[in-house]
Write a protein that binds this ligand. Structure first.
Ligand SMILES: Nc1ncnc2c1ncn2[C@@H]1O[C@H](COP(=O)(O)OP(=O)(O)OP(=O)(O)O)[C@@H](O)[C@H]1O
Ligand SMILES: [Mg+2]
Length: 246
């Protein structure tokens, strides 16, 4: 099963003419529909790994395959979602979400229908004509999510997407993310610094060493969703991951 979805094989990466070793022989399989979180010390290479999967960066050794095909550049099957939302400030909510469909030259009427579905999915009905500066952080991240999903990618690559939000909004967006993930059945690779967030969201948590990043430990989260952050099993798993990280 895994061989047919995302497979990372012996992946290594250096920056600075080979002086900065960032990724050290990463091997990882991600299953279709899986929610996987990447946890590791700052600067260990998590964003670099996401960028290689996105096809925005080239590795020096090894390969990444998606459904058996080697990734050699960006593609519509993968889309990144960032902490700073990366919305177009001059476009409305609807305009932002329509963007990917315009690029793909989808007919206006059909594009509007698709966009409206995703606006509903992320609970932004009524805000179609608002501009990003008129939205809260949580709402901007909903727009970013809808804009990512609208082109129906296989994989969402999310780089600390909720890190800029206050604690309460962040918790709310975590449960929204689980709902949207369940509804769309997308595969999500999710970088976070929050152990709690990783345990709340993920099927598996991949723990990396300090740079150069190696896979240190893979922790399976077998707690049924929606997860209770205060349950004994949740707290125990958090502690176990904390120990692995430090
Ligand atoms: N374009 C680049 N050129 C040179 N060095 C880079 C480049 N991009 C990243 N690096 C270096 O590679 C290392 C890994 O960076 P990366 O951004 O992948 O880490 P990270 O795990 O995402 O960190 P954080 O948790 O702080 O976001 C860092 O030492 C960084 O300085
Ligand atoms: Mg990073």
């Amino acid at each position: 099963m895994s061989e047919n979805f995302l497979t990372i094989v012996n992946l290594s990466k250096w920056y600075g003419n080979g002086n900065i070793h960032v990724l050290d022989n990463i091997n990882l399989d991600v299953f279709r529909g899986e929610f996987v979180s990447l946890l590791g010390p700052s600067g260990c290479g998590k964003t670099t790994l996401l960028r290689i999967i996105a096809g925005l960066e080239k590795q020096d050794k090894g390969e990444v395959r998606l459904k058996g095909e080697q990734i050699v550049g960006p593609g519509q099957d993968r889309v990144m979602v960032f902490q700073d939302y990366a919305l177009f400030p001059w476009r409305t909510v609807l305009g932002n979400i329509l963007f990917g469909l315009e690029v793909r030259k989808i007919k206006k009427e059909e594009a509007l229908k698709i966009a409206q579905n995703y606006i509903k999915l992320v609970n932004l009905e009524g805000f179609e004509n608002s501009y990003p500066h008129e939205l809260s952080g949580g709402m901007k991240q909903r727009v970013a999510l809808a804009r990512a999903l609208v082109c129906d990618p296989e994989i969402l690559l999310m780089d600390e997407p909720l890190a800029a939000l206050d604690a309460q909004t962040r918790n709310m967006m975590q449960s929204e993310l689980v709902r949207i993930w369940s509804a769309t059945k997308k595969t999500i690779i999710y970088v976070t610094h929050s152990i709690e967030e990783a345990v709340y969201l993920s099927d598996r948590v991949i723990i990396f060493t300090p740079r150069p990043a190696k896979v240190k430990k893979i922790v399976k989260v077998d707690i049924p969703r929606p997860r209770d952050r205060f349950s004994r099993e949740f707290v125990e798993l958090r502690a176990k991951i904390y120990e692995q990280l430090h």
